[in-house]
Design a protein around this ligand. Structure first.
Ligand code: PEP
Length: 248
């Protein structure tokens, strides 16, 4: 049985006050969450504060991005070793917003995956197709290409050290969720593709679904064979909504 994981991606949201309330709300409700790991990914600047608030809880901590560089003249960047130093366990890499808004290419994401893994942190590798790509029948090609960039750089075994999040771009923040069958189809494709290279890795790797998951649709998505939890955007900003997903 694979461990399930629900991770919240807060994106560019929050303030000291709102984060204090949110983390307390999630922590207070954790006694109802059984058998799934839970993590939250605040904006960089709030990570140390959130880490303090999480003391004594089982909630994991992650960042939303990382540079592939180790140190040096890279103004504005944050390295995996820094994230490790301040207590992160997870790093989201290749989120579709990084790809679409900041021009992150597959090979950039692969380098971020490698940098994260090198520090012993867990990369959450986001893959997923645009609506146009789905409509053109290109979903599998796109997801395969995104995975292949990491496999080419790090080898297939490296995927066992991370988590994959399938996030159809057309479902992110749109309120349009992939149906459980649509999601399962792509998750099974991903697992099958990895299995063709290494069956053990395929069996082990957690594949999360992300894209407008909420308390009402989480249970049926998470019931699918190859869906091992979720990467949650909007619904991770309200404790009750996030907890409803974690208990699903
Ligand atoms: C995301 O951005 O990773 C995400 C899944 O967002 P949302 O849940 O808001 O669709």
């Amino acid at each position: 049985m694979r461990q399930t994981l629900v991770a919240g991606n807060w994106k560019l949201n929050g303030s000291k006050d709102s984060i204090q309330t949110l983390v307390k709300g999630i922590a207070d409700g954790m006694s109802a969450v059984n058998g799934t790991a839970v993590a939250i990914c605040p904006p960089y600047v709030y990570i140390p504060m959130v880490q303090n608030l999480l003391t004594g809880t089982t909630i994991g901590l992650g960042a939303q991005d990382v540079t592939d560089q180790e140190s040096g003249a890279y103004t504005g960047e944050v390295s995996a070793s820094m994230l490790k130093d301040i207590g992160c366990q997870y790093v989201i890499v290749g989120h579709s917003e990084r790809r679409a808004l900041y021009g992150e290419r597959d090979e950039d994401t692969a380098k971020k995956y490698a940098a994260t893994r090198k520090e012993g942190l867990i990369p959450i590798l986001c893959v997923g197709e645009l609506l146009e790509e789905r409509e053109n029948g290109d979903t599998e090609n796109v997801v395969a290409r995104q995975l292949d960039a990491v496999i080419a750089l790090e080898g297939v075994a490296a995927l066992a050290d991370g988590v994959i999040a399938y996030e159809p771009v057309w479902a992110i923040g749109t309120g349009k969720t992939a149906t459980p069958d649509q999601a399962q189809e792509v998750h099974a494709f991903i697992r099958g593709k990895i299995a063709a290279l290494d069956a053990d890795v395929a069996d082990k790797v957690q594949i999360l679904y992300g894209g407008s998951v909420n308390g009402g649709n989480a249970a049926e998505l998470f019931a699918m064979d190859d869906i091992d939890g979720g990467l949650i955007g909007g619904a991770s900003l309200k404790a009750d909504d996030f907890l409803a997903i974690c208990t699903a």
